[in-house]
Write a protein that binds this ligand. Structure first.
Ligand SMILES: Nc1ncnc2c1ncn2[C@@H]1O[C@H](COP(=O)(O)OP(=O)(O)O)[C@@H](O)[C@H]1O
Ligand SMILES: Nc1ccn([C@H]2C[C@H](O)[C@@H](COP(=O)(O)OP(=O)(O)O)O2)c(=O)n1
Length: 240
């Protein structure tokens, strides 16, 4: 008789526009796993700070407010959700205003401690089949910047996605076509500025874990990246 594979925890990290969200959602959907977008959580807390008049350039003010908003993430890869104090935040967290402020807010240690705690409990529930685990105990794909290095150092598989700045900017401005912020040169400059801030902060910077598999997606289609990650997950499960 075939037994179900053991729950698997997959960490997918990398800079903006490398394909983390699209790859993670597709891999989770194909393998029946839960999915967590940790960038959406940092965006959500940033949106709350901006909406509540907190000066996002003042780390002490951000730290003092870090425990206040209640952030809830839905982990179904077909319909990921994010709410703040019961209000759907999926639209407002994608505005230019939030994108411009998110690196400063997410550099504050109190914010990271709060959000990291949330991420660990969601991952533990998904692996144990707890009440909020849409993946029904099969595991989870968690994407972000510091998942393999800090949040889930014992993840079964760690992937670090990269791509050239040109490819990343073209993907992002393609997404924004016709909207505010769609200019290619400006998109590339904003993206590189955020990478620098995210990689150089003191607390838990954007970093490839030593044991992560690096995948350069510049010349790969999304389907090829998904196939590569699915194969790596299956290999891990077979090796268990
Ligand atoms: N390998 C790829 N080739 C071309 N476009 C891609 C690839 N991976 C992702 N994309 C597209 O690039 C954009 C950014 O991808 P996303 O998954 O949001 O990246 P990230 O989460 O790393 O910021 C999306 O429009 C997505 O469809
Ligand atoms: N694990 C994480 C995930 C995101 N962040 C911060 C740093 C990122 O610039 C922002 C936004 O992340 P998000 O993944 O939404 O960014 P993009 O999809 O690449 O635009 O959040 C973080 O500090 N740690």
């Amino acid at each position: 008789m075939q037994t179900a594979p053991a729950p698997v925890i997959v960490a997918i990290d990398g800079p903006s526009g490398t394909g983390k969200s699209s790859t993670s959602k597709a891999v989770a959907a194909e393998l029946g796993l839960s999915y967590l977008d940790t960038g959406a959580q940092y965006r959500a807390i940033t949106w709350w700070m901006l909406s509540n008049g907190i000066d996002v350039e003042d780390p002490a003010a951000v730290a003092a407010a870090a425990g206040k908003p209640m952030i809830v993430s839905g982990t179904d890869p077909a319909l990921p959700t994010i709410s703040v104090d019961g209000e759907d935040a999926s639209g407002p967290i994608r505005t230019q205003e939030v994108t411009a402020a998110v690196s400063a807010v997410s550099a504050v240690a109190e914010v990271r401690a709060r959000i990291t705690g949330l991420q660990r409990s969601i991952a533990a529930e998904a692996a144990e089949g707890g009440p909020s685990a849409e993946g029904k105990g099969r595991g989870i794909v968690v994407e972000g910047r510091d998942i393999g290095s800090t949040v889930l150092p014992d993840a079964d598989l760690k992937i670090f996605l990269t791509a050239s700045p040109e490819a990343r900017a073209a993907r992002r401005s393609g997404e924004l076509r016709g909207k505010e912020g769609a200019d290619l040169a400006a998109t590339q400059a904003a993206l590189l500025k955020r990478d620098t801030a995210d990689s150089s902060r003191k607390t838990s910077p954007l970093k490839k874990a030593d044991d992560a598999v690096e995948v350069d997606t510049t010349e790969l289609t999304l389907e090829q990246v998904v196939e590569c990650v699915v194969t790596l997950v299956k290999e891990k499960q077979l090796a268990e």
